[in-house]
Design a protein around this ligand. Structure first.
Ligand SMILES: Cc1ncc(COP(=O)(O)O)c(C=O)c1O
Length: 420
C-alpha cells in the first residue's frame, strides 16, 4: 500500500501499487482521448503512440549530453532527423538543425544565436530587440526575458497577419531579428513570410519563422491541397525555422527542431566554457543532460510514419478542423474568425449581443470540454488534432445547445486568464 501524503517515504512500495496509483491519479484529468482538450496533447492512434513510447523506453537511460562521445547511436539519429527535416522544410543540403526540448527552447535558442551573431558583427551590446507580429507566441517573450532582449510586438494587418511594412518601420540598430509564424497560435494564419524575407534581406536581418505548431502539418496539408503559402527555408531571407516534433510529428514530449539555412549558425549556437576545473564543457543547445528518449522517439515516428503516414495524420487533423469550422459557422450567432484552412487551429466569436461567448465557454466547460478562451477578440480558440475527428459532431451539437441556453437564459460569462 502507498502512504498518503506526508514526508519522504521511508520504505519503498511495490511497483504494482505505484503503477495503480499513477493510473488512478489520471481519473482527475480531463479526458484527452475523448477529444476534450484544445491543446497539450497530440495523438493519432494507439499504433503510433506505441512506437512513440517504445522508442522512448529503449533510450530512457541514455543521455543526449553524451552524444558523439559515449552514445554514437544518438549522433546517427540526430543526423538522420536533421537531413530528413532539412529536406521536408526545403533547406539547403548544407543547412543544419539543432534538437531542442520543445518550442520554447527552440525560440530561446534562435534568439540567443541571433543575439550572438549581432554582437559579433556589430561589436557592441546596446539594448537589443526582436521585431515580431503581435500574434507571436508568448514563448518569444520568455526568450526576451531570459536573454534581456526587448520583444517589439507590432500590430497586425488584415486577416490577423503580420504587417511587414510596419515591422520594417520598427527596426533600428538594436534589432537582432525579424520574427514570423507559420501559423500563429491564436488565429491559425500564416504570416506573409515572403514579404518578411524581403525586408530581412534588404536590412541584413535574421528572419526566424516559428513553425512550432505547423511544421509537421503544413508540408502535408499542402500536398493534400490546402492553401498553404510558402514559409519555410525555401523562401529567400528565412534564416531559421522552429518546428516541434512533440506536436504533430507525434514524437514523445521534449522534442523540437531549430533549423538553420547556414550550418555556421549552428556552430555559433554552440555553448562552450573552459574556465573551470573540469575542462571544456560544450553543448549544442540550452540543455545539459538531455532525454535521449525524445531523440529516439522522434527518429522512430518519422521513420514509422514517413510522408504517407503524415498525409494520413494530417488529413485527420484537417478534416476535423474543417468539420468544426463548417459546423460552428452553421450555428446562428457564431462565426469562425479565419476559416482559411491554413492550419489545424481555429477560433470562433459571437456576433449576437444576446450570446456572450464566455458564457458559452462556461456551459461547455460544465459539460467536460476545456474551451480555449481567447482575449482578443473574445473567442473560443482551439488547436485540432486527429483525436478530435470522432467527436466533431458531438462538440458542434454541444456548442449549439450551449448557445441556445445562453441566449434563452441571458447568461454572462467571464474571460479567464488561465485557460492556456
Ligand atoms: C507557434 C508556437 N510557438 C511556440 C510554442 C511553444 O511550444 P512548447 O509548448 O513546445 O514550448 C507553441 C506551442 O503551442 C506554438 O504554437
Amino acid at each position: 500500500m502507498l502512504r498518503e501524503g506526508g514526508g519522504f517515504p521511508k520504505d519503498g512500495a511495490a511497483w504494482a501499487d505505484v503503477e495503480e496509483a499513477l493510473i488512478s491519479f489520471k481519473q482527475d484529468d480531463l479526458d484527452w482521448r475523448r477529444g476534450r482538450l484544445p491543446a497539450y496533447i497530440y495523438y493519432f492512434d494507439e499504433d503510433v503512440l506505441r512506437v512513440q513510447m517504445d522508442a522512448y523506453r529503449l533510450y530512457a537511460v541514455e543521455n543526449g549530453l553524451g552524444e558523439g562521445k559515449a552514445f554514437f547511436s544518438l549522433t546517427r539519429m540526430l543526423e538522420d532527423i536533421s537531413s530528413m527535416c532539412l529536406d521536408l522544410f526545403n533547406g539547403p543540403s548544407d543547412g543544419a538543425a539543432s534538437f531542442t526540448s520543445g518550442g520554447t527552447e527552440s525560440l530561446i535558442e534562435a534568439v540567443r544565436t541571433a543575439k550572438k551573431r549581432h554582437v559579433l558583427e556589430k561589436g557592441r551590446d546596446y539594448p537589443l530587440n526582436v521585431v515580431a507580429p503581435y500574434s507571436a507566441h508568448a514563448a518569444l517573450n520568455k526568450a526576451g526575458e531570459v536573454l534581456d532582449v526587448e520583444i517589439r510586438r507590432i500590430p497586425l494587418a488584415d486577416e490577423f497577419r503580420a504587417d511587414p511594412a510596419a515591422m520594417a518601420g520598427a527596426v533600428d540598430d538594436g534589432t537582432i531579428m525579424l520574427f514570423g509564424s507559420a501559423p500563429c497560435f491564436p488565429y491559425g494564419v500564416i504570416d506573409p513570410i515572403r514579404e518578411l524575407g524581403k525586408v530581412a534581406l534588404e536590412k541584413g536581418l535574421w528572419l526566424h519563422v516559428d513553425a512550432c505548431w505547423g511544421g509537421f502539418i503544413s508540408p502535408f496539408a499542402k500536398q493534400l491541397g490546402y492553401p498553404i503559402p510558402d514559409w519555410d527555408l525555401g523562401v529567400p531571407g528565412v534564416t531559421s525555422v522552429s518546428a516541434d516534433i512533440h506536436k504533430f510529428a507525434y514524437g514523445a514530449k521534449g522534442a523540437s527542431l531549430l533549423l538553420f539555412r547556414d550550418a555556421s549558425l549552428k556552430e555559433l549556437e554552440r555553448f562552450s566554457f573552459s574556465d573551470w576545473p573540469r575542462g571544456t564543457y560544450a553543448t549544442p543547445t540550452l540543455m545539459g543532460s538531455k532525454p535521449a528518449g525524445s531523440i529516439a522517439s522522434a527518429w522512430a515516428v518519422m521513420n514509422y510514419l514517413g510522408n504517407e503516414g503524415y498525409l494520413r495524420t494530417t488529413k485527420a487533423a484537417m478534416d476535423a478542423t474543417m468539420g468544426f469550422i463548417r459546423g460552428i459557422d452553421a450555428i446562428d450567432g457564431l462565426h469562425c474568425l479565419q476559416p482559411t484552412g491554413e492550419a489545424n487551429l481555429y477560433a470562433f466569436v459571437s456576433d449576437d449581443p444576446q450570446v456572450d461567448i464566455m458564457a458559452v465557454a462556461d456551459v461547455l466547460q460544465n459539460k467536460g470540454w476545456f474551451p480555449g478562451r481567447m482575449r482578443e477578440p473574445l473567442a473560443i480558440q482551439q488547436g485540432v488534432n486527429p483525436v478530435h475527428l470522432p467527436i466533431v459532431d458531438e462538440y458542434v451539437s454541444d456548442v449549439a445547445s450551449a448557445v441556445a441556453e445562453v441566449r434563452s437564459r441571458g447568461r454572462q460569462g467571464q474571460y479567464d486568464e488561465n485557460s492556456y
